[in-house]
Design a protein around this ligand. Sequence first.
Ligand code: 5GP
Ligand code: ZN
Length: 139
Amino acid sequence: MAAIHSDSSCIFCKIIKGDIPSFKLFDSDKTYAFLDIGPLSKGHCLVIPKYHGKTLQDIPDEHLGEILVVVKKLATATGSTNYNVLQNNGRIAHQVVDHVHFHMIPKPNEEEGLGVGWPTKSADMEELKKYCEEVKSKM
Ligand code: 5GP
Ligand code: ZN
């Protein structure tokens, strides 16, 4: 089992340790959840592995297993029926805090919560098929 890895300069590691206060919602040996201080809507919260890592691939599998279960509990506890689960990796993908975190963002109406741009392109089926095989071969 991977030991808990922490970074003394990371704001979320400081929150886990209790060196920076947070409105804690859930706390187990591997997972921590708290209210976001810059909410997009009421109930916007963050679920994080206690293991420090910048992007998803930096976190060992055994430290990710509880995250979606907690997200689900929080969606229920906040009474959210419409909501987005978001996890940003990298600056141009909107990551600001370099400790993996999953947002649970209630979407109570059109105005509040996450606004999503979804610029779809039409796909070539042959290209999709080739690409699917290429990715599968690397998994
Ligand atoms: P990102 O853009 O990296 O996916 O989102 C980072 C999130 O962390 C933002 O929604 C921001 O409001 C939240 N955040 C940043 N610093 C703090 C903090 O000190 N406490 C809490 N509770 N949330 C924070
Ligand atoms: Zn950290």
